[in-house]
Structures are given as C-alpha cells and as structure tokens.
Design a protein around this ligand. Sequence first.
Ligand code: C2E
Ligand code: MG
Ligand code: MG
Ligand code: MG
Length: 276
Amino acid sequence: QAKQAGRNGMRFFDRQMQDRISERAQMENDLRHAIERDQFVLHYQVQVDQHGKARGAEALIRWIRGDGTTVSPASFIPLAEETGLILSIGRWVLETACAQLAAWQTAPRMAQLVLAINVSAQQFHQPDFGAEVRAAVERHGIDPRSLKLELTEGVLLDKIEETIACMQELKAIGVRFSLDDFGTGYSSLQYLKRLPLSQLKIDQSFVRDLASDSNDQVIVRTIIAMARSLQLDVIAEGVETMAQRVLLEELGCRRYQGYLYSRPVPEAALGALVTE
Ligand code: C2E
Ligand code: MG
Ligand code: MG
Ligand code: MG
C-alpha cells in the first residue's frame, strides 16, 4: 500500500516536472517568435517630482501572447537572458523607446519627459552597445538628454573598466544612467564614486514597509546621504501610499514612482498623467 502510494507520488512528481519542462520549452519557442509577431509593447510609468508633476517615465515591457494573455517581464526576462533572446528584445526596446521619444518631442507637454529604459547585463556588455545607443539616438533625431538607461548593480560589477568607458562615452553625448534596485547589491561608495551615474533608484523593498520599519528608514536615509555625497539624484520606486511618500520627502527624496501616482500604462493613457 505504502509502496503503491510512493510510486504514485513519484509518478505525480514526474508529471509535474514534465509539465514544467514542456511549458518552459513552449514559452521559449513562443518568445523566439514574439518580435516578428509584434507581440511586445512598452507600458509607461510616470516619475513625479515633489509637486506631483510628471518629469519622466519608465518604459516597462509587456508580452501579449497569441492567446491574448499578458506576460509580465518578471517571468520572461529571466528566460530571455538564459537563451540570449534578451539581445534582440533589448534592441527592440531601445528602438521602440527612441521612436516614442521622437514622437513626444513634437508634442508640447510630452517633449519635457525623460524616458528611462531597463538594460540587461548581457545587452550592456555587448562590445557595440554604446555605438548601438548612439545610432538609435541619431536615427530618430532625439535629444540624448531625454534618454536614461537603468542598470542594476550586477551589471556594473562586471568588466569594470569597459563598463566605465561605455558609460562615459554615452554620458558625453548627454545620455544619463540610473542605478536600479539600489541597496539590494553590494556596491561600495568607493566603487560608486567611479561610475558616471546621474541617479540612484531606491529599491521598492525598502519603500514597502517604510512607515513601520525603522530599519528601512535608516537604510533610505543612508542611501539619500550617499547620493548627496556623490551628487546624484534619488528616486524611490514602489511608492504606493501617501504615508510612504510623506516619509520619503522627510528623508530628502524628491522623486517618486509607484502605484500612488499610476500603474504602468499604455502610451495612449500616459498623456492624461502629464500636465503643463
Ligand atoms: P524594475 O525595473 O525594478 O521595475 C519596477 C517594477 O515594479 C515594475 O514591474 C513595475 O510595474 C513595478 N512597480 C511599479 N510601481 C509599483 C508599486 O507601487 N508597487 C509594486 N508592488 N510594484 C510596482 P514589471 O513591469 O513587472 O517589471 C519587472 C522587472 O522586469 C523590472 O524591474 C525590470 O527589471 C524588468 N524589465 C521590465 N521591462 C524591461 C525591459 O524592457 N528590459 C529589461 N531588460 N528588463 C525589463
Ligand atoms: Mg527599472
Ligand atoms: Mg527597480
Ligand atoms: Mg525591481
């Protein structure tokens, strides 16, 4: 009896494993065709100043599969990274973001927006990444100062000299860099000092319980002090409540992004969030 149950248990386990493997294989196969099938879209989440005015937006990719379901990047970006598909996806994001910026530059209110895009480690470490960004900026005739690239600490810990050189090359034409998910990695002040960043983005894990967790308050205060000493801007992500927003301002943070202002929305809905 016990043996029987064990065997069934094993069979059940195999089935689950198999399902998961074939689901993954199916997803990989679908992902491979997603660009040619035009299944990606960028959604935009506003970034506001202390007066609540939209100063910029972050582009966040969405995958609309053939059956109409939307897949979040948290589930397909890791797969895209493992399979190398991130390179063509990253190129698509850069291209689409620059085309969007070009369209905004002729629209009165949208022209002031700075658009941030997420860049993955693999994409950034391509030897021609800097050239690719410059080419995209030129092709679309956009102001490079309206483009911001979000990198994570992981990206920056690799190939340090090349990383700094690439960032400097882009900074020279006006492109800016924000350090995403800041506080979750291991960058030292010493190291950060060498990077031509313009912004630190406080990770949402420190914002979530900010009102109740005094440790998080200390961390946020420290990040803001670091930013100040490095002469960098700070933005907080994942701001959902007014209590968080008020505390962040008290701690010295003047830029906010989160559901309190808006979820990421399709381009058509962004205009309503951007006022004079
Ligand atoms: P991220 O760059 O740190 O983006 C912030 C994530 O937090 C987004 O999730 C956003 O929708 C979510 N978020 C914003 N405000 C709030 C809030 O108030 N509360 C909560 N709980 N969440 C909030 P999303 O869009 O699912 O993206 C997840 C991650 O996927 C991004 O994290 C980024 O690492 C990656 N990603 C997204 N788009 C791209 C892309 O175009 N290229 C690359 N390489 N990665 C991307
Ligand atoms: Mg980001
Ligand atoms: Mg982030
Ligand atoms: Mg994050």
